[in-house]
Structures are given as C-alpha cells and as structure tokens.
Ligand binder design. Structure first.
Ligand code: ADP
Ligand code: MG
Length: 362
C-alpha cells in the first residue's frame, strides 16, 4: 500500500529577475512524516516553503496539498501553517490568548476554543502556563507557544523555517529532540528547513539536500550519510575529510590516486580515466591513527603526519593531523582505556581502508 502524500511539488521553478532561486524542484512528503530541507543560506529553502504556503507563486510547476492542486489558492485557504524564525508572539497577550488567536479569527465559539487551547498546551508541555505573558517564559517555552499557536488550527502540514535559529546552542540541542518527540506525538506532517546538518540528521525521517536552488539528494539521514550522491552532499552532511588527487592507474576494484608525492587507493568510479581529477572523501571515524613504527595494520592506505591538536569531547576525541602531503584531516577516536591517547606534536600514520572512501569527479 502506498503512503498518503500530504505535500507534493512537481518541477517547481521560481526566479527573482535573473536569479533562479528554485530550479526544477520536485518531492513528495508522506503523511505524518518529519521532512527536512537542508542547505546553506541563500540556496532557496525559504522560497520553497513560501511556495508551499502560498506566499509565493511558482513561475512554473505544480503544488499539491492533500492531493489537491493549490496553485493560485491564497495562504489562508491552504491547510498549512508556518512557524517563522522570528516567533512574532503578541507580547501583551497571555499564552492562552496567543494560542487562541487563530481560532478567534476563524470564529470558533469560546467554549470550543478554550478546550482546544488546553489540549494543545498540554501536548506541547505548557499546561499551567496559560496565564503568563511570553516575556515570562524561557526561549524554549516561547518556541513551543509559537508551535502550539499553529497546531491548534489543526493544519495538514506544519511548515517550520529555521525555528531554532534564534536560540542558544544548549537550548537548541534540547529543542531538537523535543521537536522530534512532539512531531511524533501529534502526528502532524512537519516540513522543516535548516542550514544545520546536525538538526536535520537528528530530527528527520527524510532530508532533501539543496544547493543553488536545486535538490541534490533526498533520503533518510543514514542513507545520505553513508551513500552521498556527490561531493556537496558528502561534505555538507556530517563531517568529512576531502583529499583531491589525480588518477594514475586503474585496476578491477580500485584506482591509484596521486597527490603531492603520495599515493592512495580509491574505489572505481564510472567513466574514470587515467588523469581524471577526483576528490576522495573519508569520514573522520573511518580514519585510524597508527604509531609510526606500526607493522601490523592491514589498512591499504597510510600517510604520515603530525598531530596538531587533540580535542576532547567526553566519549570521543578528535585529532587534527597535518599530513606530509599538505592536507589537514580530522580523525575521530572513541575513547577507550586500553589504547594510548593521541598527543599533540606526535608523529603518526593516518590510515584507512579503500572500502571506506567515496570519491567524486573534481
Ligand atoms: N523577494 C525576493 N526578491 C528577490 N530575491 C529574493 C527574494 N526572496 C529571496 N530572494 C533571493 O533568492 C535566493 C534564495 O533565497 P531564500 O529562499 O530565502 O534562501 P534560504 O532560505 O535558503 O536562505 C537568495 O539569493 C535570495 O536573496
Ligand atoms: Mg531562509
């Protein structure tokens, strides 16, 4: 059985003068899912969201909400609501009145209103705080008021435009998890946009990675992480070490890649030739530090370098290593007691297996 699709974009294009803000964007958002659009600032995320909400009309392409084509239908007649980065709560109104505002506009009777507001405040974990003003709440609580105010209208889809952007780091970390739990609990479809890959990885069922107005890849977080389709996705989603080089020979299962007097092995790419310029990507956790006199390791690739810095982060350690080839890489080590800790200034080998490399044309 096919999932019900709540939102579908088909070949959406939108230009502002010469600038193509959104180019040939298509995707489907299944009912009840947490769908993120992830990309750097200016890549077209907000424009895409506004096209779904009806605040912008596409130049070409179709928008479907709940199976109905909504091109030309004004925002207040689409069953979507948008939470903006600036929460725009009414400062002089209580939490209850803020949340009830949309219901009042829709002329929902007072008794109904009170009941619905109470239910939703409960769901977002704000029961008992209805009489406060926004200024008497923490940043995270204000965030939840803004979300409650939309959810109370019972939209098919909630659109969230970088809603955690204004919060400090610690609160953002907490809210990431709370938002995901909240979405799961209420079951409303969320379309969430962010430039922060860690937010998208933690919260999403599906992520669409966007750059320069185009969607490069759509998939669940673990798929984007382990099977990026190009160098942009490989370096934008999660951390990665990039090592550019030139293909010097091609075998059945691997190619040799030369760079700055060193040679490593990489997987075979389609259409690759001797002389092709490629970039190799190796995740920090797939690299290992070996002592300089190590003879036992069977890893196919190793390059000598000097540890520049060691960063402790509780359970893991990050070592920044300057390779003799001129590349700087980060190696992630899970802390265990039986292995000596890396030390700044130490000479080491950085090693990895060819299987853990993705490479793309440069
Ligand atoms: N109303 C507008 N008029 C002209 N240019 C715009 C308008 N809205 C957005 N843009 C431009 O379109 C591009 C995409 O913007 P936007 O969708 O806001 O990106 P994002 O949300 O990913 O940061 C940017 O270059 C931005 O300057
Ligand atoms: Mg934006």
């Amino acid at each position: 059985m096919q999932d019900t699709i709540d939102v579908e974009l088909v070949n959406i294009n939108k230009s502002f003068g010469e600038l193509k803000a959104v180019e040939n964007v298509s995707f489907q958002v299944p009912r009840g899912s947490f769908f993120s659009i992830l990309g750097p600032s200016g890549c077209g995320k907000t424009t895409t969201l506004k096209i779904i909400a009806g605040f912008e009309e596409p130049d070409t392409g179709d928008v479907f909400i709940d199976g109905e084509r909504v091109n030309g239908i004004p925002p207040n007649h689409r069953r979507v609501n948008m939470v903006f980065q600036q929460l725009a709560l009414f400062p002089l109104m209580t939490v209850t009145d803020n949340v009830a505002f949309g219901l009042r506009m829709a002329r929902v009777p007072k008794r109904d209103r009170r009941k619905r507001v109470e239910t939703i405040l409960n769901k977002v974990g704000l029961s008992g705080l209805g009489d406060r003003k926004p200024s008497q709440l923490s940043g995270g609580q204000q965030q939840r008021v803004a979300i409650a105010r939309c959810l109370v209208l019972d939209p098919t889809v909630l659109l969230l435009d970088e809603p955690l952007g204004a919060l400090d780091l610690k609160l953002r970390e907490q809210m990431k998890i709370q938002l995901k739990l909240l979405q799961h609990q209420v079951g409303t479809t969320f379309i969430y946009i962010t430039h922060d890959q860690s937010e998208a990885l933690v919260m999403s069922d599906q992520i669409a990675v966007m750059n320069n107005g185009r969607i490069l890849q759509i998939g669940p977080p673990d798929e984007l992480y382990s099977h990026p389709v190009d160098g942009f996705v490989a370096s934008f989603v999660g951390e990665n070490n990039a090592i550019p080089g030139i293909v010097s020979s091609i075998n059945d299962h691997s190619v040799k890649v030369k760079f700055n007097g060193f040679e490593i092995n990489s997987p075979v790419l389609p259409n690759i030739r001797v002389g092709s310029e490629i970039i190799n990507y190796i995740r920090p956790e797939k690299m290992q530090l070996l002592s300089i006199d190590d003879q036992s390791s069977t890893l196919e690739n190793r390059i000598p370098g000097i540890i520049q810095d060691v960063i402790f982060d509780g359970a893991v350690i990050r070592a920044l290593v300057d390779l003799e080839s001129g590349n700087r890489v980060m190696v992630l080590i899970t802390r265990t007691t039986d292995v000596p800790q890396p030390v700044s200034g130490e000479k080491v080998f950085v090693a990895w297996t060819t299987r853990d490399v993705y490479c793309f044309p440069n």
